[in-house]
Design a protein around this ligand. Structure first.
Ligand code: PMT
Length: 407
C-alpha cells in the first residue's frame, strides 16, 4: 500500500480524557503523513492530559473544544465540522464517551458533533481492562457496532494503571492502517459474499444435541474482512456468542438443515461463498419429542444419519459462486485438504490443524490455503488479521478466475 493512504480525506479526530491522549499527538502527525486533512476536537477532560496547543501545532488548524463558542461557531462550528468530515475518528475513546454516544448525548462538542454528523464513525477505545470488560461497556460497544460504528482495537498488554489486559489504545500506526482499510474503497465493492460460521446443533431431544467446539470466531473474522473489502456480506451462523461485525447481515440457525436452507435462500446472485462453519456430519435419525429418560436405558445407542453437505450443494448450483471451503483436520492436514479441494471441485480450500487449544475457540489460528494452481501458508496470527490475509488471497484468485473465464 502507498504511504498516502488517506489522501484528500477530511478527518475529524476526537480526543477524550485518557492517559492515552498523549498518543494523539503522534496520531495527528501520522494521519497527516497519510495525506489526511485533520481537525481536532477535544473534550475538556482530554485537555487535562495533553494541551490543545500541541494538537493545534501538529494539525496546523485550531482545536475545537467548546460547544458554545462564538468564535468557533462563526468559523467551524459543530454543524460545519459535522458536514466537513469524511470520517470521524475518536482516539482515544474513553468508556464515558462510548456511553454518551450510545445515549445520543450532546453535552459537549464532540458528542454533539457525532450526533449531528452523517459521516461514518470509528472509535479506538482506551481504558483500564476492568472497565473495558465491564458488561456495561461491552453492551455499549455492541450497540454501537450494531449501528455501524467501527471499533478499532483495543490492544492488550501492560496498562498505565499497572494492570495487564485488554484496553490499551492501538498504536497510532495501526489506527491509521485500520482507518485506511475502511476509507479506501475495497476490491469487493458491488460483490455479494455469503459466509457460514460457527457450529451446528443436531437435536436428540428438546434439551440435548450433538454439537462441536466451534466458537464462530474464524467465520465472523472472515465476514468482517469481506465487509472491509467492500462486499455485501450475508453471515449465516450457528449458535455462537459473538457480536455481528458492522455492516454485515446475519442469519442465525441451529441445525445443518437450517443452515442449508438459509444458504440456499441467500445464494442468489452471490459472487463468493465461504464455508467456515463446522457443520455436523451426522444428525440423530429421530428427534424425540420429550427428554430421553435415563432410567429407560442401561446403554443408549444413537442412530445417526448424514446431514446435507452444504458446500457440495453450493458447488452443484448452476451459477455457482467462487467457492471456498475450510478443512479442519487433526492429522495429514495437507493430504486431506487437497483431496477435499479436488473431490468437492472447490475453487479454494483453507486448511487448519485442529485439536486441544488449536483452531477451535482460540483467538489465533494458522491456515494453509490451496487452490487448483497453487498454495500459500498463512502463518499464526489473530483470527482478525488471518481472515484479512485469507481475503486478499480469495480476492486475487476470484479475479484471476473471472478474467480467465471472460477472456
Ligand atoms: O469457529 P472457531 O472456534 O473460530 O474455529 C474455526 C474452525 C476450526 C471451525 C474453522 O477454521 C474451520 O476449520 N471450519 C471448518 C470446519 C469443518 O467442518 O471442516 P470439515 O473438514 O469437517 O468440513 C469441510 C468443509 O465442508 C467445511 O468448509 C464445512 O463448512 C463444509 N461442510 C461440512 C459438512 C457439511 N454437512 N456441510 C458443509 O458445508
Amino acid at each position: 500500500m502507498s504511504n498516502k493512504l488517506l489522501i484528500n480525506k477530511n478527518i475529524v479526530l476526537g480526543v477524550t480524557g485518557s492517559i492515552a491522549a498523549y498518543k494523539s499527538a503522534d496520531l495527528v502527525r501520522r494521519l497527516r503523513e497519510a495525506g489526511a486533512e485533520v481537525r481536532v476536537v477535544m473534550t475538556k477532560a482530554a485537555c487535562e492530559f495533553i494541551t490543545p496547543l500541541t494538537l493545534q501545532t501538529l494539525s496546523g488548524q485550531p482545536v475545537a473544544i467548546e460547544l458554545l463558542d462564538a468564535d468557533q461557531e462563526s468559523a467551524m462550528g459543530h454543524i460545519k465540522l459535522a458536514r466537513w468530515a469524511d470520517w470521524i475518528l475518536i482516539a482515544p475513546a474513553s468508556a464515558d464517551l462510548i456511553a454518551r454516544l450510545v445515549h445520543g448525548r450532546t453535552n459537549d462538542l464532540l458528542s454533539a458533533l457525532c450526533l449531528a454528523s452523517e459521516s461514518p464513525l470509528a472509535i479506538a477505545p482506551a481504558m483500564n481492562n476492568k472497565m473495558w470488560e465491564n458488561k456495561a461497556t461491552q453492551e455499549n460497544v455492541e450497540i454501537l457496532t450494531a449501528r455501524g460504528v467501527q471499533i478499532l482495537g483495543p490492544a492488550s498488554g501492560g496498562q498505565a494503571c499497572g494492570e495487564q489486559g485488554e484496553g490499551r489504545l492501538l498504536e497510532p500506526t495501526n489506527i491509521v492502517q485500520e482507518l485506511a482499510r475502511l476509507v479506501v474503497p475495497g476490491k469487493l465493492q458491488t460483490k455479494k459474499v455469503v459466509i457460514t460460521a460457527g457450529p451446528t446443533y443436531e437435536h436428540l431431544d428438546p434439551v440435548r444435541y450433538i454439537g462441536n467446539k466451534s466458537s464462530g470466531k474464524m467465520g465472523f473474522a472472515v465476514a468482517k474482512a469481506a465487509r472491509e473489502a467492500g462486499a455485501e456480506v450475508i453471515l449465516i451462523s450457528g449458535p455462537v456468542h459473538l457480536t455481528t461485525p458492522a455492516g454485515v447481515q446475519r442469519i442465525d440457525v441451529e441445525s445443518a438443515q437450517q443452515m442449508y436452507d438459509a444458504v440456499m435462500e441467500s445464494l442468489g446472485s452471490s459472487n463468493i461463498f465461504i464455508a467456515c462453519a463446522a457443520v455436523a456430519d451426522y444428525r440423530p435419525k429421530q428427534v424425540e419429542d420429550s427428554k430421553i429418560k435415563k432410567s429407560q436405558h442401561d446403554q443408549l445407542q444413537l442412530n445417526l444419519t448424514s446431514t446435507v453437505d452444504i458446500l457440495s450443494a453450493v458447488v452443484n448450483q448452476e451459477n455457482k459462486p467462487f467457492t471456498v471451503g475450510f478443512a479442519a483436520e487433526t492429522e495429514r492436514v495437507i493430504d486431506y485438504a487437497q483431496d477435499k479441494l479436488h473431490r468437492k471441485n472447490l475453487d479454494m480450500i483453507a486448511a487448519n490443524k485442529v485439536g486441544k487449544g488449536i483452531g477451535f475457540e482460540v483467538d489465533e489460528n494458522a491456515l494453509h490455503v490451496f487452490w487448483p494452481q497453487g498454495s500459500q501458508k498463512l502463518p499464526l496470527a489473530s483470527k482478525t488479521q488471518l481472515a484479512r490475509n485469507l481475503m486478499t488471497l480469495i480476492i486475487e484468485q476470484y479475479y484471476a478466475k473471472n478474467s480467465t473465464q471472460n477472456s
